[in-house]
Structures are given as C-alpha cells and as structure tokens.
Design a protein around this ligand. Structure first.
Ligand SMILES: NC(=O)C1=CN([C@@H]2O[C@H](COP(=O)(O)OP(=O)(O)OC[C@H]3O[C@@H](n4cnc5c(N)ncnc54)[C@H](OP(=O)(O)O)[C@@H]3O)[C@@H](O)[C@H]2O)C=CC1
Ligand SMILES: O=C(O)[C@@H]1CCC=N1
Length: 278
C-alpha cells in the first residue's frame, strides 16, 4: 500500500479557530501532498491567521466550494454546530474520510450528517498543536479501513504524537486528561506567577520565572529517561526548600485531591456533552 505521504489528496478543514488554524498551518508545512481548503465564516481573519505566503485555499461559504469533492475533511467547529455543519458540507464530502475533533460529539451523531460512502472517525488533539507538540488520541469503529486509519495518523502526526484508543468511551475520558490538560498546566503557571508576586517579585519577573520553570521541567520530561517521581526526588534535598514546599503542595487535601477532582469534573462534562449531543 502507498504511504499516506506519497499520494496526493484534497483536504477540507471546516472551522479555522484555535485548533483549525494550528492544524492547517502544520499540514501546510509538513504534508506537501495535501491540497488544503479551509472554510470559515470570517475569511479576512482566516487569511490573516494563515498568512499570505501559502497555497491554502480559503472560502467563507459553501458556494465557494462549488461541487469540489474532498478525500478528507477535518471538522473543527464547536460541538454544538458539528452535526449541522456536516449536513451543510455533505454534498462536498460524498466519499470522504471525515475526522471530527469536536469534544463529546458521538460517532453515531456525526454519522447522521454524512452520506453512506463517507467514513467518520473521532480525534481529540490539544492546543499544543500550535507548536506541533500535541498529543492526539483517536477512535474509529471496526468498519474503518487500515488506509483510512493511516491517513488519520498521518494528518495528526503533523501536529505531534498520535495514539488510537480502544473504545469511544475512552475518547471522552481522554478529553478530560489530554484535551483539557494544557488548561490545567496554564492555570498552575498562572497561580505560580501570583505566588511569586506575593513574595515580592514584579509581575514581569514572576511571569518569566513561572514560564521558564515549566519550559525547563517539560524539557526534562522530554529528554531525561527518569520518571516524574525520580525527577522530583532529584530536586528535593533532604530537609531543604523543595521538601518544605511539597509538604504543603502534596497534602492529601491539597494538590492530589484537586487534580483528581479537576479530571473527574472534566470527564463528567465530557459525558454530559455526549448525552446532550446524542
Ligand atoms: N481549544 C482546544 O484546546 C481544543 C478544542 N477541541 C475541539 O475543537 C473544536 C474547535 O475548537 P476551537 O478551535 O477552540 O474553537 P474556535 O471557536 O476557536 O474555532 C471554531 C471556528 O469555526 C468557525 N465556524 C463556526 N461555524 C462554522 C461553519 N459552519 N463552517 C465553518 N466554520 C465555522 C468559527 O467561526 P466564528 O468564531 O465566526 O463562529 C471559528 O473560527 C471544538 O469542537 C472543540 O471541542 C479539541 C481539542 C482541543
Ligand atoms: O474545553 C473543551 O471543551 C475543549 C475540549 C478539550 C479542550 N478544549
């Protein structure tokens, strides 16, 4: 079989917001064999976000697509408009692989919006797609061919790492961990910055410190083979400052409980979204 990178394919990306623009820019850089069309109501903003030095076709309504057919569609609109948007796009997606990144919108619902020759899979990426360091997880049912699976892996490989999950339930659970995860980390950085300000640093210095701590720790997690626990021990001298800080941070009612409750609340919301949408 030809590798996904070796065959020329047409791709329609619907919705050029936070995620859609990151995916479009990554595909433009990394997947030379994909002919990319982006549809978004705000054509001017879309052109601005994507830059002028590119070959991406931009349209702002379905008429702009004419009767073009696409091999692949990436659906990157808000969950509440996912089905309606697919119905609008149906005539251009008659035999497409449709990849929805909408949180919590079940396959069964998405399938209502496509023809019987189109195939639908779900992928949950995250915001780190902007810097091509996303973790994306996918779910496809047994009817999806190996070629379609490889195509989805190829597309989402352009924005970082990709992994298939075994059940649709897992993609909703993963949304609470991998999809929302960057939000938890940004909240941590924001609060670390405030704490540094409270002990006397300026806003600018505290911002610089907080960002650089995460960047340095992330670099270690990427390059150093030690586990997070081992790395934590490497920072923590007996009776030292880190030990004093962690004695507060890791109290059962503090960070461990907060993280558990955070993920559980997000997972519950993912379930709710799936129910609201089905
Ligand atoms: N943000 C994140 O970190 C992640 C988001 N997701 C999922 O990705 C999807 C998109 O999220 P995000 O990028 O943050 O959202 P945004 O609101 O930033 O982007 C959605 C874009 O779609 C446009 N749009 C709305 N309706 C249509 C339509 N009918 N046709 C074409 N474009 C349309 C919107 O235009 P306008 O603003 O003018 O309405 C907007 O530009 C969501 O379903 C979300 O669940 C998944 C993983 C991570
Ligand atoms: O908050 C949300 O619903 C989306 C899905 C994961 C990240 N953002």
């Amino acid at each position: 079989m030809m590798s996904p990178a070796s065959k020329r394919r047409s791709v329609l990306l619907i919705g050029c917001g936070n995620m859609g623009s990151a995916i479009a820019l990554a595909l433009q850089d990394k997947a030379a064999n994909l002919d990319l069309t982006v549809i978004d109501p705000d054509e001017e903003r879309t052109r601005q976000v994507l830059g002028s030095q590119n070959k991406i076709k931009v349209v702002n309504d379905w008429a702009g697509l004419g009767s073009a057919q696409f091999d692949v569609c990436i659906l990157a609109v808000k969950p509440t408009s996912a089905l309606e948007t697919l119905v609008d796009a149906q005539q251009n997606l008659q035999a497409s692989l449709v990849i929805s990144i909408a949180a919590g919108v079940p396959l069964a619902k998405l399938q209502q919006g496509v023809t019987n020759r189109a195939r639908v899979v779900r992928v949950m990426p995250n915001l780190a797609a902007i810097v091509r360091k996303a973790i994306s997880v996918g779910y496809a049912d047994g009817a999806i061919s190996t070629e379609d699976r490889e195509l989805a892996e190829f597309v989402f490989g352009a924005i970082g790492r990709f992994q298939w999950l075994k059940s649709e339930n897992e993609i909703d659970l993963a949304t609470a961990v991998t999809g929302s995860g960057p939000g938890y980390v940004f909240s941590f950085v924001q609060h670390l910055q405030h704490a540094a300000e409270q002990i006397g640093f300026s806003k600018e210095t505290a911002d610089f410190f907080a960002r650089q701590i995460i960047i340095g720790a992330a670099g270690l997690l990427e390059e150093d083979l030690r586990s997070p626990l081992q790395l934590k021990h490497a920072v923590t001298s007996p009776h030292g400052t880190t030990a004093a800080g962690l004695a507060e941070f890791e109290q059962e009612q503090a960070m461990p409980r907060v993280i558990r409750q955070t993920v559980a609340a997000a997972a519950a919301r993912a379930k709710e979204l799936a129910t609201e949408q089905s």
